[in-house]
Write a protein that binds this ligand. Structure first.
Ligand code: AMP
Ligand code: MG
Length: 360
């Protein structure tokens, strides 16, 4: 077929090609796996109501079987196809944030295969804000289970090339829709409990959600330092998502996260660099720190963006981690950023990727 590339048996097609969406929908309907762009990262899609197709996602990604998947819907009207109850918060939040990067945990109905929910009585759902994802969902006419299209544990993919780096030969197809815009995953909130619980920080910051859910608490293990004791910390805090216990978003190189007062970071990074002499090191630092370090350390200095613009840092984070990894460095020293706005999700990912944390 014209315009279709074969990469180790995985077919790659430009999403804007005439007929590409129908072609991908056909593969999904017959139980195949197709990676496609969303506004967050690339998802690895399968027919969400076909247990066998969903099981193949776990195989292709090497994903632990106890880590449930998000079902993607074309709109709020599709919700009652997969859940047994719609609490009033879900309606209000869907109106405010869908299509968009906010995932709800709700009570599932009997149509949702156990493979999707990893045996739980709940299911994760969201409506992605991307024309290719929405067109594909409408063409298939069924919910799509779609976790990030990376090998389990690796940084999530933000381009079709990233997907192929991990999954070529393991999945049927990739729809190439160019780089994703947000670059970080959706925020996951559990609406089956009261008060609602934030299970995974993501592209909708906690302070934005609190305007709609003033009682929102953080799950155990979600950045306990965020709230100085509230949620996320004590023994009575809610458990996090099953997936949050795994090491995640990791490059192959060792990653050391340096965080603390911005003024102290450049010196601390220089000290670390001295300790690591003889190793190949890359430095992922803010523009502000880059100025301070220029000419002072051996290794590649990578500018992740301005410290007070966490959206920009989020958008490039996974791409930069993959790029730096390809250069074959031994160690990545990454600078921590303030815990506000999208900075919460960025720091959550860096902490999960890190082999060690150093306070500046
Ligand atoms: P991914 O799609 O790979 O970005 O990951 C989806 C996230 O949602 C993981 O952290 C899952 O553990 C979480 N998740 C999915 N379904 C549920 C559920 N029913 N209950 C709690 N967490 C869930
Ligand atoms: Mg993932």
């Amino acid at each position: 077929m014209a315009g279709v590339r074969d990469v180790k048996g995985t077919l790659v097609r430009d999403a804007s090609d005439k007929g590409a969406i129908e072609w991908a929908a056909g593969i999904l309907r017959s139980g195949g796996l197709v990676a496609f762009p969303t506004e967050t990262v690339y998802g690895l899609g399968a027919d969400g109501l076909n247990g066998e197709a969903v099981a193949r996602i776990f195989e292709a990604k090497g994903r632990p079987a106890d880590n449930p998947l998000i079902l993607h819907l074309w709109g709020y009207d599709a919700l009652n196809q997969v859940v047994s109850e719609v609490p009033s918060e879900a309606r209000v939040l869907a109106e405010a944030f869908w299509p968009g990067p906010l995932t709800f945990i709700l009570k599932k109905n009997d149509l949702v295969p156990d493979a999707v929910s990893a045996g739980l009585s709940t299911v994760a759902v969201r409506c992605p804000d991307h024309p290719v994802a929405l067109a594909l969902l409408r063409a298939v006419g069924r919910p799509l289970a779609a976790p990030s299209a990376n090998l389990s544990g690796r940084p999530s993919p933000t381009t079709a090339g990233d997907v192929l780096e991990d999954l070529a030969g393991r999945i049927e197809a990739v729809l190439d829709g160019g780089p994703t815009t947000h670059g970080i995953e959706s925020t996951v909130i559990d609406l089956t409990v009261s008060p609602p619980v934030l299970l995974r920080p993501g592209a909708v910051p906690p302070e934005v959600l609190r305007k709609y859910l003033p009682g929102l608490v953080l799950a155990k293990g979600v950045l306990p330092e965020l709230s100085g004791g509230e949620g996320g910390k004590g023994d009575d805090a809610r458990p996090a998502s099953p997936g949050m216990k795994y090491r995640h978003y990791s490059p192959r190189a060792q990653l050391i996260l340096v965080r603390g007062e911005p003024e102290k970071i450049p010196l601390r990074v220089r000290e670390l660099a001295q300790d690591l002499s003889g190793m190949r090191v890359a430095f992922l630092v803010t523009e502000e720190t880059m100025v301070e370090l220029s000419g002072m350390v051996n290794g590649e200095l990578v500018n992740v963006g301005q410290r007070n613009k966490p959206e920009g840092i989020a958008a490039g984070l996974y791409r930069i981690l993959r790029e730096v990894d390809r250069t074959g460095v031994d160690v990545i020293i990454a600078e921590g950023i303030p815990l506000n706005g999208w900075g919460v999700a960025v720091m959550d990912r860096l902490l999960r990727a890190a082999n060690g944390v150093v306070e500046a």
